[in-house]
Design a protein around this ligand. Structure first.
Ligand code: NAD
Length: 472
């Protein structure tokens, strides 16, 4: 790329009402965070384009909502085949705009959302759109026009988890992808087009949050805003959406705990540390569910520090560890590495590694003996920085885990029964017990300030449905 042999990805047109047409907004360059060079250029939507997209989605809604479930499922199966056929193209795009190493780009960014699509289709075929309750028929009806506003950390996955359940439910969608990583959304629009989705069911309007995102959030013809991003922007969106009392789904930040119980065996402890480091550093530390607080029995702290330092050393920047998305994000993450961020007793147990000359890399870092109320323990870092906290007992570990404004993900390690018991006490939307794998059909969302609503599969479909009771 740096020798100029890779062509720019150029997206001069928007996808609105089933057609590709030039956008009325300014062009936007997309940077590759590995090379720090421009890798793509897109056209952005003007406010007129947003109006056209919302009108198209509104017009398409009645017919799409009335399309039989079996037909919607057949369409989504065709779409899934298109995605699978283009998986390498998607991985290449994500690698270029988001910087993930090719293997991560394929497995995390492409294969995972494809699994979510397939799980959502299975859920659609079983979904209880009608049920009986006494003399009532309970109907679940798609909400109407859904505006999807997405972040840069997972440019395809974050879009798919919103758009596919909405389309499955019979809603229509206007998507505003993140400005730093809009390219995958264009390829997604091409995949919908190739799968012959009816005009207006999916519309793409890239642009800034303050203009395009805000207009969608205010728009009286948008029935629901489904937002993934930071907690501060989520608050703004909830406040703006309140003016039209539209429905809001918010998938926000996290500070997820990984709790090792006192009864954990040495093997469980070793696995816990390895998996927690891997999870925390995944995607350069830029995942909302990053297990960024490792909570361990105080009497095993020295053992954990040694294991964590050894595990972290394997994350070589530029190889296994990708860069952060931007120079600004790197500066933000570095601010968490300054003395005092983890409290007076905090010690860094990893050593600074050499970073590639180019690219927005940060040294993979493990900080131990972190003060539970310090900035490092309380705020989302969104970079490869793991905090280790010491617990005096299992009850203390649960209290530390729940000592957060967030409640998105979590993990527990130890004897199965005790671990399941602690999983029930964590105030988070997801908990993995002893390495339980990601389930592409399970509901995804947060407690507390990690958000409202659930995405993916049956729960994602339910999230974009109104409920009607018909008495007879
Ligand atoms: P962000 O909040 O800055 O932006 C997210 C999206 O909102 C972008 O498309 C942006 O253009 C748009 N936006 C910004 N201001 C807006 C406004 N006033 N009105 C409407 N739209 C607006 O988030 P980011 O920096 O792109 O992503 C990182 C954040 O996302 C992290 O906090 C991370 O935890 C969170 N995240 C959450 C989940 C989850 O599922 N809970 C998943 C991934 C990322």
């Amino acid at each position: 790329m740096s020798d100029g042999t890779v062509e720019l990805i150029h997206e001069p047109k928007l996808y609105i009402d089933g057609r590709w047409a030039p956008g009325g907004g300014a062009d936007l360059d997309v940077e590759n965070p590995v090379t720090e060079e421009v890798t793509g250029r897109i056209t952005q939507a003007s406010t007129d384009d947003v109006e056209a997209a919302v009108a198209a989605a509104k017009k398409a809604f009645p017919a799409w909502a009335a399309t039989p479930v079996a037909e919607r499922a057949a369409f989504l199966r065709r779409f899934s085949e298109v995605l699978k056929g283009r998986a390498d193209t998607f991985a290449d795009i994500v690698n270029r705009e988001q910087g993930s190493p090719p293997r991560v780009a394929r497995a995390l960014h492409v294969d995972t959302p494809i699994a979510v699509v397939d799980a959502t289709i299975d859920a659609l075929e079983q979904f209880p759109f009608t049920a009986e309750l006494g003399n009532s028929i309970i109907r679940r009806e798609p909400v109407g026009v859904v505006a999807a506003i997405t972040p840069w950390n997972l440019p395809l996955h974050q879009v798919v988890v919103k758009v596919v359940p909405a389309i499955a439910a019979g809603a229509t969608v206007v998507l505003k992808p993140a400005g730093l990583t809009p390219l995958a959304a264009f390829e997604l629009a091409r995949a919908f087009d190739a799968a012959r989705l009816p005009a207006g069911v999916f519309n793409l309007v890239p642009g800034s949050g303050r203009v395009v995102g805000d207009l969608l959030t205010r728009h009286p013809d948008v029935d629901q805003v489904s937002f993934t991003g930071s907690t501060p922007v989520g608050r703004t969106i909830a406040a703006t959406a309140a003016q039209t009392l539209k429905r809001v789904t918010l998938e926000l930040g996290g500070k997820s705990p990984s709790v090792v119980l006192s009864g954990a065996s040495d093997d469980q402890l070793a696995t816990a540390v390895k998996v927690t480091v891997a999870n925390c550093f995944l995607n350069g530390g830029q995942t909302c569910t990053a297990l960024s607080r490792l909570i361990v029995p105080a009497d095993r702290l020295a053992q954990v520090e040694e294991l964590a330092a050894a595990a972290a050393a394997k994350y070589v920047p530029g190889a296994r560890l990708g860069p952060l998305i931007s120079a600004e994000q790197r500066k933000e993450v570095q601010s968490f590495l300054e003395p005092g961020a983890g409290g007076a007793q905090a010690v860094t147990v990893t050593s600074q590694v050499e970073l590639p000359e180019r690219g927005y890399y940060v040294s993979p870092t493990v900080v131990s003996r972190v003060d539970p109320n310090s900035r490092l323990a309380q705020e989302e870092v969104f970079g490869p920085v793991l905090s280790i906290l010491a617990a005096g007992s299992d009850d203390d570990a649960v209290a530390l885990a729940n000592n957060s404004i967030y409640g998105l993900g979590g993990a527990v390690w130890g004897p199965d029964d005790a671990a399941l018991d602690v999983a029930a006490r964590l105030q988070t939307g997801q908990v993995d017990v002893n390495g339980g794998a990601f389930n592409p059909g399970a509901p995804f969302g947060g407690y507390k300030q990690s958000g409202t609503g659930r995405e993916i599969g049956e729960y994602g479909i339910a999230d974009v449905c109104e409920i009607k009771a018909v008495q007879r």
